[in-house]
Write a protein of this length. Structure first.
Length: 378
């Protein structure tokens, strides 16, 4: 192994930290130095630092401090570009790794590609086909400037092929690191004393878990209908709702009120979140990562969106789209929460890839040491 082989991983938000968590500690197996650059896109303890601690991740080597406070997406991305470029120029990594679809993902891939450095995109090929989503723009851009594209599922792989990405990048179906991380942590999660700490009357299987944070769901047009939906469901179900900072702000700014029966709490740590979802009767969410995690934990998921990047789970019957428009959403949610509908979702099965992290390491090793990437079966 050459002494100068470095890999730079660029991350900056809660889902990136969690989804890179199985890979980061193992990168030293395939390079001389693994360097982590944190963009600061998420910058509070509860949205990022606690995940480094909880998942025992190596701390970051560089911080771009490009947090979102008072900044638009353009300014934030520009700051990341300007601050990341000299770091990559100085380090000259053999590979830059980015994950997902955030402004951090885009900035990391763009700077690296412009410097002629190879980019590996983890979770490539996910599409909502909704260009109004900022994340959709990020992921399409990143897939078209990266050199190695690692798809989490068959649908994502098909999307990459349909867009002709195989003409400029090596494509591999490796599976989902979100599911791998979740399966690894599920056992620990079950032993958390979360439910009794929240409310002594909460019982496994006896409540709904909720998360909500997408930009399109926190607008003055959409959020009131979603709050109304949750308030109506609270008449029939105990609900636990860890509230994302963006949603907290939007609820306040729009003068909305959640029913007092809904247990609202600050964002949870990863193990507590898995524990909450594992023991819930069902999860209502617009989160990307949680759709896969809940499916892996066999908790039925009602997706509070009109479309999803994880359509393979909808097709498998593991999750159901209930939309975000009142009153359709409350009607769809009530139907999905019928005992027989929930049982059908729990009984549904879906394909997962084994040994995701090992497959990624094999691809990286082949690329760095042989200058090639073995093609996995499509
Ligand atoms: C989405 C976006 C991503 C954006 C992020 C902002 C997609 C596909 N991606 O990711 O670009 O940066 O939102 O947040 O749309 N979790 C906790 N505690 C909680 C809630 C969630 O640990 O209180 C964990 C979940 O278990 C999961 C991850 O955080 O592992 C999901 O994070 P979330 O913020 O929901 O992001 P995504 O929707 O996956």
């Amino acid at each position: 192994m050459s002494q100068s082989l470095k890999i730079v991983s660029v991350l900056g938000t809660r889902p990136e930290i969690i989804k890179l968590s199985p890979l980061l500690p193992r990168l030293p197996e395939v390079c001389d130095r693994s360097i982590i650059v944190h963009s600061g896109q998420h910058y509070s303890y509860e949205m990022e630092a606690q995940f480094f601690e909880e998942l025992h991740l190596p701390s970051s080597d560089y911080s771009l401090k490009a947090g979102a406070e008072g900044r638009g997406a353009g300014e934030q991305t520009a700051l990341m570009l300007a601050r990341l470029e000299p770091i990559l120029q100085a380090e000259q990594p053999a590979l830059v790794i980015v994950q997902g679809d955030t402004n951090t993902t885009l900035a990391g891939a763009l700077v690296a590609a412009k410097l002629g450095l190879p980019v590996l995109h983890l979770e490539a090929g996910c599409r909502s086909f909704n260009r109004a989503m900022p994340e959709e723009i990020n992921r399409v851009m990143v897939d078209h400037i990266s050199h190695i594209l690692l798809a989490p599922d068959h649908t994502a792989m098909k999307n990459l092929l349909n867009e002709g990405c195989d003409r400029h990048a090596a494509l591999h179906l490796v599976g989902s690191t979100a599911i791998e991380a979740c399966q690894r942590c599920a056992e620990f999660a079950l032993h958390r004393p979360l439910l009794s700490q929240l409310d002594k009357n909460l019982r496994p299987g006896g409540y709904l878990a909720v998360t909500l944070h997408r930009a399109e769901n926190t607008t003055p047009q959409v959020l009131p209908g979603l709050v109304q939906t949750l308030n109506q469901l609270a008449a029939d179900w105990p609900i636990v709702f860890p509230v994302h900072p963006r949603t907290q702000l939007a609820i306040r700014q729009n003068g909305l009120h959640l029913d007092s029966r809904i247990i609202t709490i600050p964002p949870l740590g990863y193990l507590d979140m898995l524990s909450l979802v594992y023991q819930a009767q069902a999860l209502l969410t617009d989160s990307g990562g949680l759709q896969e995690e809940a499916a892996a934990l066999n908790t039925p998921v009602l997706v509070l969106r009109e479309e999803t990047e994880w359509s393979y789970l909808v097709e498998a019957g593991k999750t159901v789209l209930v939309g975000n428009a009142y009153p359709q959403t409350i009607a769809a949610a009530r139907a999905a929460l019928q005992p027989t509908a929930l049982e059908t979702m729990r009984a549904a099965t879906f394909d997962t890839c084994p040994d995701v992290t090992q497959a990624i390491l094999n691809i990286i090793r082949a690329f760095l040491h042989l200058g090639a990437t073995p093609h996995a079966a499509l």
